[in-house]
Design a protein around this ligand. Structure first.
Ligand SMILES: [Zn+2]
Length: 501
């Protein structure tokens, strides 16, 4: 449940309050008015200060600064809510059964889209071909994304509509696996482009569905990444203008749109702001496209794929900083992280002068020597992926097991931890995210138990960390002047609900 009263009368919230303000870490009450915190203190003090204030009695609950998902593809997530869900499937037969079922309610010729599977969880030694999907889809094109979105599995009809044959050359930054059926990275885009583009109304509906879903889970804000249709951000902006956006949004533009940045920044508003420029240094673990130092993947599948070059990140990163935008770079593999850190070394001084924090998304598998280099940077990570990745890390990257998802070391090195979900890659499940950061259990055992975070540090990484990354001085802590956007909990890391006043 989220409340969005915007009355001008003061309101007194009674709750066990965790403020994250070191000067006053705990309190029993918070006084708010016109969307801002007026005062934090004891019930008696605040009641004396505002005797006429209406009271919201949540003394049975814990009140904290509001949750922020620091890495989400919000509109894609909205679309995913109605697509075929393949999270947790454990065999090709399970996938084809679900596709067959979806085909019954899908008119011939219409696309069946979905995602959420992982090759390793399907028990596939090799990339899948179209064959299994062809058998159950009739004349319907089928395009299924892996959970990490770096691989797509297409049936023959989808490939035909995309004009992909055995003779089609690999696109830049992608690979068409032969025999046909699997498309890696940019090659997946070839098939996606064959789909009818969603209408403006569909994009707006997906933006609303994604944002409402996130708010229902207890979030009050989000950083939305640029790996989706450029009109996605515009839809969120439109919702903000209509007063229908239940979240505060910090958005990235793809670096290809940097020329438009001045005009886009001029449209920033209180609830929607362009703040970052997105780069991709590599792919992902499950798709074996993460860019690695030698020895690479332990199954002999190589050292991954390099995407945006460090030179490009240096050059466009400088332009972004000059515009007041933060370079935001996806880096999963250890080599990708090294290369981005090298590029960032050349941008640090300019970023500091502009008061901006350079940011690495995922920072997932690190060379131990690189961890201290995160000092002063934002490490935007997604603990909710750890349980599902643990088995893959143990088999594909055994030499990096102790320095994967290295939350505690990154924090100790002086990085700002900002946690998110990468939805629709994983559901933005608050309870699962907290549990993963604190216990690190995946595939039956803790992965790098030394890297476990405390409950307080996890809460910080889901609230104040993202606020620091977005330069939101008024969010992630509860003190006079803060945005009146909170999360209410039955227990910290348990059931959460948003309270935006
Ligand atoms: Zn992402």
């Amino acid at each position: 449940m989220s409340q969005t009263a915007h009355g001008s009368a003061p309101l007194l919230i009674l709750a066990r309050t965790v403020t994250q303000n070191p000067g006053q870490p705990e309190a029993g009450a918070v006084l708010v008015q016109r969307g801002r915190v007026l005062a934090v203190g004891s019930r008696e003090d605040l009641q004396a200060r505002a005797p006429g204030a209406a009271v919201l009695d949540h003394r049975d609950l814990i009140l904290t600064p509001g949750l922020c998902d620091a890495h989400i593809h919000l509109v894609s997530y909205g679309f995913s809510l109605t697509q075929l869900k393949l999270h947790g499937v454990r065999s090709v037969a399970e996938v084809t059964a679900k596709v067959a079922q979806r085909a019954v309610s899908t008119p011939p010729g219409e696309w069946i889209c979905g995602g959420g599977f992982l090759m390793s969880e399907l028990g596939l030694p090799d990339y899948p071909t179209s064959q299994a999907l062809d058998a159950v889809s009739g004349n319907r094109p089928v395009l299924l994304y892996s959970r990490d979105l770096h691989l797509a599995w297409a049936n023959s009809r989808a490939l035909e509509l995309a004009g992909i044959t055995e003779q089609t050359p690999d696109p830049a930054g992608g690979r068409i696996i032969r025999p046909l059926g699997t498309l890696l990275e940019a090659a997946a885009g070839l098939a996606a482009r064959a789909m009818p583009a969603p209408t403006g109304a569909q994009i707006l509906a997906a933006a609303k569905a994604g944002a409402d879903n996130l708010a229902r889970r207890g979030y009050v804000s989000a950083h939305t990444m640029a790996y989706e249709d450029p009109s996605a951000a515009l839809a969120l902006q439109q919702l903000a203008a209509q007063g229908e956006l239940p979240l505060r949004i910090w958005a990235c533009l793809p670096h290809s749109q940097l020329d438009r940045a001045p005009e886009l920044i001029a449209s920033n508003s209180a609830l929607f702001q362009y703040g970052g420029v997105k780069f991709f240094a590599d792919g992902a673990l499950g798709s074996r496209t993460a860019w690695l130092h030698a020895p690479g993947f332990a199954d002999g599948s190589g050292t991954g794929i390099a995407l945006d070059s460090p030179e490009l990140i240096r050059a466009l990163g400088r332009r972004a900083l000059d515009l007041g935008l933060v370079p935001v770079t996806h880096a999963i593999g250890d080599r990708a992280n090294t290369e981005v850190l090298d590029a960032y070394d050349d941008l640090r001084e300019l970023a500091a002068r502009r008061g901006l924090k350079l940011r690495i998304e995922h920072a997932q598998h690190l060379r131990p020597a690189d961890i201290p280099r995160f000092a002063g940077l934002v490490a935007s990570a997604q603990p909710v992926h750890l349980p599902g990745d643990a088995a893959m890390i143990r088999t594909l990257l055994p030499h990096l097991e102790a320095s994967s998802y290295a939350f505690r070391s990154l924090q100790a090195a002086g990085a700002v931890l900002a946690f998110g979900s990468d939805a629709p890659v994983a559901a933005p499940d608050v309870r699962a995210g907290f549990a993963a950061a604190i216990t690190r259990v995946g595939d039956g055992a803790a992965l790098g138990a030394d890297e476990a975070l405390s409950l307080d540090a996890t809460l910080h990484a889901f609230t104040r960390g993202p606020a620091l990354a977005a330069l939101w001085d008024d969010e992630g802590l509860i003190q006079p002047g803060s945005r009146a956007a909170f999360t209410l909990w039955d227990s910290l890391g348990g059931q959460a609900q948003a309270l935006v006043l």
